[in-house]
Design a protein around this ligand. Structure first.
Ligand code: UDX
Length: 483
């Protein structure tokens, strides 16, 4: 029998921004591509790879996915750098200067290997140096933006917001002023809902300039991938089609992978993609709680709280009288020495009776647990997608970047939650928890169930994301034949 020529194996080189919320969805995509028979080289930073080695069985994962391999490169920061909170942005500049030449060398060396040379690069929309590197080496590039479609569209209008004088905000900030110059989102966004960078006071700020240049570089890619689904954001997705030859909406990727594994005869291969060790003891605690009685609280991998903010959440949760499961990530409270101060007796008692705290949770399983009734989230896009796929209504406490847009979509467009943006007081938290679990539950849960249904449908055979992933895979195969 004629053997297939190994050089025709399509091979995607995937480069995420080295952060939890970027690496995880791109790893999911890598798994799906491998399961479809493609080869994947997944390029982490040395720092992320070292953490992944501690939190998951990387060897077992790779052995179950033929064609998959990890590579790692320096992100340019010293190991002790926190890469979170206010210092997370340092990665933008260090990767640009240090990772870029290393990535280019990697592409060249992969091209020299016998077997399957790279067919295309799939790079994070915040790693535009990959566009330069791929162009220099002559490999097609696809950009993956880890935000939703609406927010991605907003980023393409930042220059327009500057031209029209909407940003930077002057004098009286008038944060409720409507933003009307973004087509398709005219009646949705107020100043306070714009991405975090719009609150910077200087256009010349390096972070603002970074986002402007990254967003503009994305359009040099041959296609855009977004972890969303057509039924959720159809009008804006079609507008993005005016900027890219192809747009593949293939989300929710975590649901996609679960459904793929459920219907496949191959052994379960999925990684949880967590950079922290998951504390699974909370699942047993959840098992002992009544249906829809617990509010889950987590602010993702980057947000830090001040001690005052933490106390407001703590009082609000305890006074709501509801059960709560709270993720307090190591080092996520600023001025940590304050945390050691003894909280009042009332909080300790209330927490003992109704609360459970962990350092890092198996979030997808938690959100799918029958005792979860709501989620207080920072509105990162992964957390938002995970809750909307599980039909869990949310209270949004967005802090920066896309989170401010996501929370507006959640509360005003999809109506699956409440937005407590720009506030942090115990009375609001207490009231919103009660609203979510009782007073406003009926109307919110109706939309939440409908959106969860649409999310499930989109990844089933024949669904919109299912078909788009097939198109993406076929297009990569075609690139391989024509390269
Ligand atoms: C960041 C940005 O903040 C976010 O807005 C952007 O869309 C992606 O990059 P992050 O802050 O980490 O991400 O938030 P999010 O996107 O919600 O991702 C967090 C991930 O960590 C989720 O997939 C969630 O399931 C996981 N997680 C979080 C856990 O597995 N356990 C936890 O205890 C908390």
């Amino acid at each position: 029998m004629e053997q297939p020529n190994p050089s025709i194996f399509p091979h995607a080189v995937i480069l995420p921004m080295p952060a939890q919320g970027h690496m995880k969805p791109m790893l999911r995509l890598a798994e799906l591509l491998c399961l479809a028979g493609l080869h994947v080289t997944f390029v982490n930073s040395d720092y992320i790879q070292a953490r992944l080695l501690k939190s998951m069985d990387v060897a077992a994962f790779c052995s179950r996915l033929p064609g998959f391999r990890f590579e790692s490169l320096s992100d340019g920061l010293p190991p002790e750098h926190p890469r979170a909170g206010r210092l997370a942005n340092d990665l933008f500049f260090s990767t640009r200067s240090v990772t870029k030449p290393l990535f280019r060398e990697l592409l060249i060396s992969l091209g020299k290997e016998s077997g399957s040379p790279p067919t295309c690069v799939i790079a994070d929309g915040l790693m535009s140096f990959a566009v330069d590197a791929a162009e220099e080496v002559g490999i097609p590039i696809i950009t993956f933006r880890t935000y939703n479609a609406s927010c991605t569209w907003v980023y393409f209008h930042i220059s327009k917001l500057i031209e029209e004088g909407e940003i930077p905000f002057q004098g009286d900030k008038d944060m409720d002023r409507q933003i009307t110059c973004i087509p398709g989102l005219e009646s949705l966004l107020r100043r306070r809902d714009l991405p975090g960078i719009c609150r910077l006071e200087e256009i010349e700020n390096p972070v603002m300039q970074y986002y402007l240049s990254e967003t503009s570089a994305m359009t040099r890619a041959s296609a855009l991938i977004i972890n969303t689904f057509e039924e959720l954001e159809a009008p804006v997705i079609s507008k993005l089609g005016s900027l890219f030859p192809k747009v593949y909406t293939i989300g929710p990727l975590h649901t996609f992978l679960k459904s793929h594994i459920k219907h496949s005869s191959s052994p379960s291969v999925s990684s949880n993609g967590s950079l922290w060790q998951q504390d699974r003891s909370c699942l047993a605690w959840l098992d002992s709680q009544p249906s829809k009685s617990v509010v889950y609280v987590s602010f993702g991998s980057l947000v830090s709280l001040t001690r005052d903010q933490m106390m407001e959440f703590w009082y609000g949760l305890v006074h709501s009288g509801k059960k709560f499961l709270w993720v307090i990530r190591p080092n996520s409270i600023e001025g940590e020495e304050g945390v050691g101060q003894t909280p009042v007796e009332e909080l300790l008692e209330g927490t003992k009776e109704r609360g459970f705290m962990v350092g890092w949770a198996p979030q997808e399983e938690v959100l799918g647990h029958p005792s979860i009734g709501g989620f207080i989230t920072h509105s990162g896009w992964n957390s938002t997608l995970e809750s909307l796929s599980a039909g869990v209504p949310v209270i949004c406490w967005p802090q920066f970047s896309d989170q401010l847009v996501n929370s507006r979509c959640v509360s005003e467009l999809w109506r699956i939650g409440l937005d407590m943006k720009d506030t942090c007081d115990r009375l609001t938290i207490e009231k919103m928890v009660r609203d979510l679990l009782e007073d406003k539950r009926e109307e919110i849960i109706r939309s939440a169930n409908e959106i969860a249904r649409m999310a499930r449908e989109s990844v089933k055979e024949g669904g919109s994301s299912y078909c788009n992933l097939e198109k993406l895979i076929n297009d990569i195969r075609l690139m391989c034949l024509t390269n």
